[in-house]
Design a protein around this ligand. Structure first.
Ligand SMILES: *[C@@H]1O[C@H](CO)[C@@H](O)[C@H](O)[C@H]1NC(C)=O
Ligand SMILES: *[C@@H]1O[C@H](CO)[C@@H](O)[C@H](O)[C@H]1NC(C)=O
Ligand SMILES: *[C@@H]1O[C@H](CO)[C@@H](O)[C@H](O)[C@H]1NC(C)=O
Length: 411
């Protein structure tokens, strides 16, 4: 009798294993891989790169719903530039950063120009990067030549400073809660990803640090960015060619160059951006706020772009469409053709401008079409000082708009 029971038990046990493996679930449990168990020291000194790579590979090879790699709190990890590649077997590969993570402090330790990013994630579907930790790019050694990067020794070797977090072909990406500071270049780069959620992140770099964009987006769609703080030396968020269906809400930006669509159409490129919704964002002492910038001679379009409920605190260029964009360092002769700008609206703007020309609609001969403004009330940061708008070849309509935008038809 006892033997019979035991046999029955083993049979059903085997049956459970067999069923689970057929369904591809269950028998590999969701686990957490602590980088300390893979040889990391977290002492703020030793190189913890290989431990992270080993933990990541282990987690990536393991099926399940969610496999987690942990940087535990209270530790300081040091990493060299790394490529972390999928595909991974679990539905979600999670990197939980609660300790602090630092990049190398000098250009030499970054292996000079070899690496394009500190953490370069590729082809990891369902990646989650979250936690209360700080990712410190220690970028100051890269910023030495602030006026013109093209002339720095680093770019003479044919390379730009690296980004901090780079996601390439990572669909269904989720970034939550992390802080990131002082990237050599862009802090978060989203390239070729579909389905991205970014929330409660905190990005900072000095106002005068060059090209330190907060979030750079290219060739990506279906993004939701919300409840975050970004204050850097360049764009808080830059939306570049090949991007569409992007929602940005409740982001506080500043210092920085604003939330920018572009630049698009550089060196004759055909770039396309559409369906960008920016809602409930605040710009504090930024160089620009709501911005679209395209180069002369480009092709493609920037269309269906909506800025709603925007608060301005001493912002430079609160509203600016610049179809003759020229990055200071380069010579930009007039060129035929333009990235077409259409169906752009600015609604519910209030607050103060640090510049007299609060609204700039500087379009090429082709013109910008269906530009809409309503409930725009911008006053000068200097009490009583009048503001003005500049219009070149802009068409569309306006409701209440202060300052008045003469080229838009009154509705
Ligand atoms: C940078 O290089 C360009 C082209 O070589 C040159 O025209 C420019 O003056 C240089 N700028 C600085 C700041 O050295
Ligand atoms: C963006 O917002 C619109 C309107 O609320 C919504 O329909 C759409 O699903 C959102 N897109 C993303 C990627 O969250
Ligand atoms: C515009 O904003 C100023 C400053 O906040 C305020 O005094 C004024 O009443 C506003 N005008 C309208 C039409 O809302």
């Amino acid at each position: 009798m006892v033997m019979y029971m035991a046999t029955l038990h083993s049979v059903s046990f085997l049956f459970v294993i067999a069923t689970s493996s057929i369904l591809g679930i269950g028998y590999c449990q969701d686990s957490s891989y602590n980088v300390l168990d893979f040889g990391a020291t977290g002492d703020g000194n030793a190189d913890d790169s290989q431990a992270f790579v080993a933990a990541f590979r282990k987690a990536c090879r393991t099926p399940g719903t969610i496999q987690t790699v942990n940087f535990p709190p209270g530790k300081a990890f040091s990493l060299k530039p790394l490529t972390l590649e999928g595909p991974c077997k679990a539905n979600n590969l999670q990197v939980q950063v609660d300790g602090n993570v630092a990049a190398p402090a000098t250009v030499g330790e970054w292996r000079g120009c070899e690496a394009g990013c500190l953490l370069c994630f590729q082809n990891v579907n369902g990646l989650i990067l979250k936690g209360a930790g700080l990712i410190d790019g220690k970028g100051s050694s890269w910023w030495s030549s602030k006026s013109n990067l093209i002339n720095t020794t680093h770019e003479e070797d044919g390379c730009a400073p690296p980004a901090l977090l780079h996601f390439h072909k990572c669909d269904n990406l989720n970034l939550h809660g992390i802080a990131s500071k002082d990237s050599p270049r862009g802090h978060v780069v989203i390239h070729g990803c579909t389905g991205v959620r970014i929330s409660n992140i905190h990005i900072t770099a000095p106002e005068d640090s060059p090209n330190t964009d907060g979030i750079d987006i290219a060739f990506s769609s279906q993004l939701d960015i919300r409840n975050s703080f970004i204050g850097t030396g360049d764009d808080c968020i830059a939306i570049k060619g090949g991007s569409s269906f992007i929602n940005i809400s409740n982001v506080a930006c500043g210092p920085g160059h604003g939330i920018s669509v572009g630049s698009l159409g550089e060196k004759g490129a055909e770039d396309r951006v559409q369906q960008v919704h920016v809602q409930g964002c605040t710009f504090t002492k930024t160089q620009n706020a709501a911005r679209i910038k395209t180069w002369m001679g480009g092709a493609g379009y920037a269309r269906s772009i909506f800025f709603n409920q925007i608060t301005l605190i001493e912002s430079g260029n609160p509203i600016i469409i610049d179809q003759k964009y020229c990055d200071g360092g380069n010579h930009c002769p007039p060129a035929a053709g333009a990235v077409k700008v259409s169906d752009v609206s600015f609604r519910g703007f209030h607050g103060t401008s640090a510049v007299e020309q609060a609204i700039t609609l500087d379009c090429s001969d082709l013109g910008c079409t269906n530009i809409v403004m309503d409930r725009v009330n911008i006053t000068s940061a200097v009490p009583g000082k009048p503001l003005r708008a500049l219009c070149n070849n802009a068409n569309g309509k306006s409701g209440f708009t202060a300052p008045d935008v003469p080229c838009l038809a009154k509705k």
